[in-house]
Design a protein around this ligand. Sequence first.
Ligand SMILES: Nc1ncnc2c1ncn2[C@@H]1O[C@H](COP(=O)(O)OP(=O)(O)OP(=O)(O)O)[C@@H](O)[C@H]1O
Ligand SMILES: [Mg+2]
Length: 355
Amino acid sequence: MTEMDNAGRLFEYAGQFRLLQRVARGGMATVYEAEQLGPAGFTKQIALKIIHDRYAKQPEWLQLFIDEAKLSANLVHGNIVQIYQLGQCDNEYFIAMEFIKGVTLRALIDRHRLMGTPMAPPLAAYIASRVCRALDFAHNFVDRSGRRLDIVHRDVSPGNVLLTWDGHVKLADFGIAKARTMADPAAQRPLMMGKKHYMSPEQILGGQVDSRSDIFAMGIVFFELLSLQPLFTEDETEAAIDEVVVAPVPDVARYIPGIHRSLEGLLRAALSKGPAERPGAADFGRALDQYCVSHRETGSPERLQAHLAELFPDSYRPPTESTGNTSATTSAKGGARERTQGSKPSLVRRILGLG
Ligand SMILES: Nc1ncnc2c1ncn2[C@@H]1O[C@H](COP(=O)(O)OP(=O)(O)OP(=O)(O)O)[C@@H](O)[C@H]1O
Ligand SMILES: [Mg+2]
């Protein structure tokens, strides 16, 4: 048989997964550390995200969810959490994806706030620039026939940015937010509240969103990285709309003392109410990289790795060590397993009362 004869041939495969432990329960799904099982003892560590029942039971929601997952399935990029499979088991829907050992950006920001220490701007710029690379890749993604897919993340927020223990930055949950915001069976419920704080004006108004909406969200995240406080805080719908859509962009220099002019300008541009005034993801990322270069400080995986090791002495695991509960934790408590180096307790450990 020639290779061409094989095209279109189906390989039926009844794959299996084994759940190892629950990592976290989010608003829409529960995430497990799991193993994908194959022949002859083959196993692969994965994360399995099982969609909550109340979502999976809504045909309209499910259809949107599946359509979006299909669009995102081929997004293979170093700064994107890769999806392996969308599946159904009995009446449960799940997504199998790359398992991330590390912490969420939410946890990193919270830890800095707890410590009362700002994040070094080059490190913040490094993290944000890698998220921008992920967005640039997705925004310009074309399918096999060269058709633009116009993928928009819609939920760029600190909880969806995962930081691996070896210092890499990965954006998770591509394509999941559309179903959630457009056909959410739990719409109008508090579930949406946290998300409101990372929405662009056009998104919070329920209008058409495109890639430029993600840039606004990226601006909010970058603001929070530098200031350690959320830009938008209103929970009540009308007030939330008011602060995002109507109120002028706050004077970022007031919240981030000593912010470099180039970063201030970048933040202002990203947070423009009008989508046309915001930079593209590639330009946003390049400007952040340029900032690092001009300050002769490279934001690098090595630097982020060392930083995470310092800030999360309990849960940090060197990349070469395997096993144990080492998944992307949202809080300092998750995945705790003591490191046993006999060195003197770090400042972080003393502040946390662990030293
Ligand atoms: N691929 C992954 N590998 C390891 N841990 C993950 C992975 N994806 C998610 N997690 C962990 O599971 C948690 C819950 O993720 P999930 O996406 O369900 O909820 P969320 O993003 O926190 O909030 P929401 O429910 O609003 O989406 C994350 O905060 C992270 O700690
Ligand atoms: Mg998520």
